[in-house]
Design a protein around this ligand. Structure first.
Ligand SMILES: C[S@@+](CC[C@H](N)C(=O)[O-])C[C@H]1O[C@@H](n2cnc3c(N)ncnc32)[C@H](O)[C@@H]1O
Length: 294
């Protein structure tokens, strides 16, 4: 299948996503993957990871010896995945419009990736593509956020820090349109200058800003959460490159999801709450896990 070329909101935050999201969703969701998906696959099965991101979940498939293909629309996330997992195949493609010549024995799509499809028509198109690419009887496992999860979005900035990176995210949800918007501002530390004099002279990249330019509420929120630690915006800590991204998601009801799966030709459809799936972390709140058979 030829590769497509997209501009994805994830491109701007690919490094942050790869570094900072790896220990969040996956450890919490692993019991569900073990119980409801891996258990259905024969050794060496050919598996598609649809919307694979930078490969956090794909790695678990590779470790278990499956023949893995990851698909994602973000070229930057795919670049990270290719670097980390040379054993797997990766393709830059739109989950709403793809095909493979050889069928898969299973497919998955994790971490509310399918909520990124902003219309019901898009969701149906993605399900159709996945269904077409699966052998008859093969499982498709995915999770999606329901309204309870999005209603937790209170518009407050959350801080996330890794060595050399500092990120802020906030979620805003509209009950009227069922559209969620996550705003992400993050900073990557540039090489610190050796003196204040040099710092002032240091050539700034076009997008480089002093971290103090982050909005005052983000800054205060960071400081309030970490009064014990060093101020990451300390003037002596040099320049930080700023990047911004907005990721939108659409909330669907379980009935809409069921109907879209049936229209795409899936047969048996099973639905699990986070607890039934074995997910006890708060990331499971308002999240539904679905296993549908082609
Ligand atoms: C929250 S991330 C989850 C990534 C990965 N599944 C994981 O568990 O880490 C959502 C992913 O969906 C991808 N995505 C969003 N819309 C897409 C589309 N139309 N086609 C393919 N991938 C898409 C994004 O690029 C991103 O990698």
């Amino acid at each position: 299948m030829p590769e497509s070329h997209f501009v994805s909101p994830y491109d701007a935050i690919a490094a942050l996503y790869h570094r900072a999201w790896d220990d969040w969703y996956l450890p919490a969701a692993l019991p569900a993957l073990e119980r409801l998906f891996f258990s259905e696959l024969a050794p060496g099965a050919r598996v598609l990871d649809a919307c694979c991101g930078s490969g956090h979940v794909t790695r678990e498939l590779v470790i278990r010896g499956y023949d893995v293909t990851g698909l994602d629309s973000s070229a930057s996330l795919i670049a990270h995945a290719r670097q980390e997992l040379p054993e797997a195949k990766f393709i830059i493609a739109d989950v709403r419009d793809f095909s493979f010549s050889e069928p898969f024995n299973g497919a998955l799509s994790t971490f509310d990736s399918l909520n990124h499809l902003l219309t019901y028509t898009d969701l149906c198109a993605a399900f159709r593509c996945v269904r077409r690419t699966l052998c008859t009887g093969a499982p498709f496992f995915f999770d999606m956020n329901l309204e309870e999860a999005y209603e937790m979005d209170l518009g407050e900035w959350m801080r996330c820090e890794r060595e050399g990176y500092l990120g802020f995210t906030r979620g805003i949800y509209s009950r009227a349109t069922h559209r969620a918007r996550t705003e992400i501002v993050w900073f990557e530390r540039q090489q610190a200058p050796t003196s204040a004099r040099n710092r002032d002279r240091a050539p700034a990249a076009p997008m480089a800003v002093r971290a103090a330019e982050v909005s005052e509420d983000a800054r205060l929120s960071a400081l309030n959460r970490d009064r014990q630690g060093a101020d990451p915006f300390d003037e002596t800590s040099g320049l930080w490159r700023r990047r911004d991204a907005v990721v939108e998601e659409q909330c669907y009801t379980v009935d809409e999801i069921d109907e879209a799966l049936r229209r795409a030709g899936f047969g048996r459809i099973e639905r699990f709450s986070a607890l039934q799936a074995g997910v006890t972390h708060s990331i499971g709140y308002g999240r539904v896990f679905i296993r549908a058979f082609a």
